[in-house]
Write a protein that binds this ligand. Sequence first.
Ligand code: 13P
Length: 252
Amino acid sequence: MKKSVPLVVGNWKLNPVTLKEAIALGAAVAKKHKKAEEPCVAIAPPFPYLSDVGKKISKSSVSLAAQDVYFKNIGAHTGEVSVLQLKDLGVKYVIIGHSERRAMGETDEEVKQKTQITLKHLLTPIVCVGERERDELGNFFSFVESQLRNLSEVFTSIQIKKVVIAYEPIWAIGTGNTATADDVKEMQLFIESVLTKLYDRPTAKNVRLIYGGSVKPDNARTLQSEGGMNGFLVGGASLKAEDFASIIKAVS
Ligand code: 13P
């Protein structure tokens, strides 16, 4: 996956309610993206739908993503799902450390371990970072920096280049309060400067950054063209095939 090719991922979260609706949504997304090469597009349905939705999109250019993964492959871990199981279903991307999971207690250590096992089995981790609120003192920068530093403790330059970093400020998720293109641009430059410090400039330039938080058809074009990141992690708007298609079009 070249960094220059934008990536748009639909995170369905705990939606929809039935398998029938999930299959219909998957089919509608696939129909709109039969063989387009750019941008890369993926959808992340809930675990129980991965297999059926995966079959629906298999002849399209849409890839399958998972919303989480466990950091062990096998054993007595009730309720967990392993990367090998995901891989077997055709999953290509795994969202890790989403703020909604961190809010339920997921730690930096777990984010690292999940990212490690995902890379080990050649799937692409999409690691979410982002602050709860923007304060006047700019403490949110050090918050994001600490999340990046956590990754740099274990990942080499070669490995980090295989990780997608999704900047998702928590205050913008599901609220309609989208970050402005200036906010996104500022964070893109900041993340690159931190990665330059932790690794080096060529590495920083080669880590794919995407933005998430109230991305909609009407703000996607500006966020993409002026925000400096290269794609989106979309929640609510990915549940309507039309809206998701407009967002994809905006980045193409
Ligand atoms: P919304 O697009 O609904 O704000 O969700 C963003 C998100 O959390 C994607 O992972």
